[in-house]
Design a protein around this ligand. Structure first.
Ligand SMILES: *Cc1c(COP(=O)(O)O)cnc(C)c1O
Length: 516
């Protein structure tokens, strides 16, 4: 039995997230929509030592910068890692300015304005990444003599071999991040450095990689000490992976963090942790609707209404996200082996026709009626709780069925509302692709799913991190809505679907912005 990702379960044949029917959210808010579970978020956050003395958990805002999410994380004890002035302002908007005193600022190319914002808001630490940045900070500090902001150095331990095992390594010497340990020692003689920072990469599931980085950092702390330089805090970064694939073993985050933090705490060194993905990824799903099913001699495509502008990770990094149907896949053990054969081979012209017919129409005047036991099964009436929610598609079908041209060729078959998912419908291999005009525009390739129809809902899982925060307006598509299912059972809109007006506003009425 496949284990569903956190918070997801089938109840009476329909997918629930955090005990709320996913179809209800799609009806109320449309698709595509990002949906978050407060309960799952709280579970993930609770893995981190929010109340341990000497430790600060600074959530990496870039993973998901939504104001409601930031506010919620602060209420539960998190502080923040910010990588731009805009992130810094998001944090103070969602919480208050005082919170910034416990936050850390990172980034390989911090602008003068970002550094000024850090100094004037007394951000706890700027994690500098180069000699020139240290010089810049020194000059700017003269303008903010009262600022309590400290400076740390981001170290690049050249863990390329190790972090190569992470999906997005940043800790190799060929990367743009940080300075080499020897360089750090040299710079510490010229500048007042109070802390060290490192960040191995992203999505590390091999804990040994994290321990190796910790050991490098402990060695460097000792080298600093041997030169009479005191290190007051170490920021051990984020990087904690989550299992995107069922077969991946999750990290035991409380244990791993204890093993990383304890040696530093024993030396009276304060520890900052900057988790992003491991806090928010699993709490988010993306709900999308099938627009079309298209079968070619080589492949079956499910064309859905979410594209790479909504979720870019698969197109950009080849990332894998599990994809579930909103209806519970039929279970039929005896049929499984033969159905798998169908799934693995391209759909034949005949079965393709069956597929189309099954979606909504049946070829009427065409000489051969489709001999389909599947079809006759589907006309059975179905209990209300198994009905799809497809009002807009029903309207479309009604319109099509009233069309003369259409009538000549097709006779209507019962509306999809009365379609039953038969266990005879075996799994089919689909490429789940979006509406954007780019061949990279996909959400998942070669996914074996129960046979899909127009208007079915699909759920892309584990998209809470680097999902919406990387969304764009490519193809002039509006960014999707975001809602959160609260622990008390309520549903809260946390960002509305963008409107075209939001985009056009940047390009109209520019007189007051133009330089004279
Ligand atoms: C992105 C980033 C993080 C968060 O990384 P995750 O892998 O999402 O935990 C933490 N620190 C820095 C400096 C980052 O760039």
């Amino acid at each position: 039995m496949n284990q569903l990702p956190k918070g997801l379960s089938y109840v009476n044949g329909r997918l629930n997230f955090s005990d709320f029917p996913v179809s209800g959210i799609a009806e109320a808010h449309g698709t595509p929509t990002y949906v978050y579970s407060e309960t799952v978020l709280d579970d993930c956050l609770a893995q981190f030592p929010l109340n341990r003395p000497g430790v600060s958990v600074c959530y990496a805002v870039k993973a998901n910068n939504n104001l409601s999410i930031l506010e919620h994380l602060r209420k539960n004890g998190a502080f923040f890692e910010v990588a731009s002035s805009e992130e810094l302002r998001r944090v103070s908007t969602a919480t208050n300015q005082e919170v910034l005193r416990n936050c850390v600022a990172t980034g390989p190319a911090k602008s003068v304005n970002f550094l000024k914002d850090c100094l004037s808001n007394n951000v706890f630490s700027i994690h500098a990444e180069s000699e020139e940045e240290l010089e810049r900070i020194e000059i700017l500090r003269q303008k903010f003599p009262e600022s309590s902001t400290k400076v740390a150095l981001r170290i690049n331990f050249d863990t390329s071999g190790e972090a190569g095992r992470s999906s997005l390594p940043t800790g190799a010497s060929s990367d743009k991040f940080g300075v080499a340990p020897a360089e750090a020692l040299r710079l510490a003689e010229r500048f007042h450095i109070e802390g060290l920072h490192y960040h191995v990469g992203s999505c590390v599931l091999d804990e040994e990689v994290l321990y190796e980085a910790r050991d490098h950092a402990l060695d460097l702390v000792e080298e600093f000490e041997s030169k009479g330089l005191n290190i007051a805090y170490v920021d051990v970064g984020g990087s904690f992976g989550i299992p995107y694939v069922e077969t991946q073993a999750p990290l035991n985050i409380p244990l791993v963090i204890d093993r990383i933090a304890t040696p530093f705490l024993n030396k009276d060194i304060h520890v900052f942790i900057e988790p992003g993905r491991s806090v928010i990824a699993q709490s988010g799903i993306l709900v999308t609707r099938v627009e079309y099913i298209k079968s070619t001699p080589l492949k079956n495509f499910a064309l859905v209404d979410a594209g790479m502008n909504d979720l870019v990770r698969p197109a950009l990094y080849g990332s894998f996200h599990r994809i579930l149907t909103e209806f519970e896949p039929p279970i039929n053990p005896e049929k499984k082996s033969t159905e798998m054969t169908i799934a693995d081979s391209p759909v034949s012209p005949t079965s393709d026709r069956v597929l189309r017919a099954s979606e909504s129409f049946r070829l009427a005047e065409n000489s051969k009626p489709v001999p389909s036991p599947r079809l006759s099964r589907r006309v059975d009436s179905m209990p209300p709780d198994l009905r799809g929610s497809r009002e807009s598609f029903d309207d479309l079908l009604n319109e099509l069925q009233g069309n003369r041209l259409f009538k000549r060729t097709y006779a209507p078959v019962p509306s999809p509302r009365t379609v039953r998912r038969s266990s005879l419908e075996g799994p089919v291999k689909y490429d789940i692709v979006g509406p954007v005009c780019e061949s990279a525009d996909s959400l998942g390739l070669s996914r074996t799913l129960p046979r899909l129809r127009m208007a079915d809902l699909l759920i892309i899982t584990d998209v809470g991190a680097y999902g919406y925060s990387m969304a764009s307006n490519y193809n002039s598509r509006n960014k999707p809505a975001q809602v959160m299912i609260l622990s008390n059972g309520g549903v809260k809109l946390i960002s509305r679907r963008q409107m075209l007006e939001d985009q056009l506003m940047l390009e109209r009425n520019l007189d007051s912005f133009a330089h004279s």
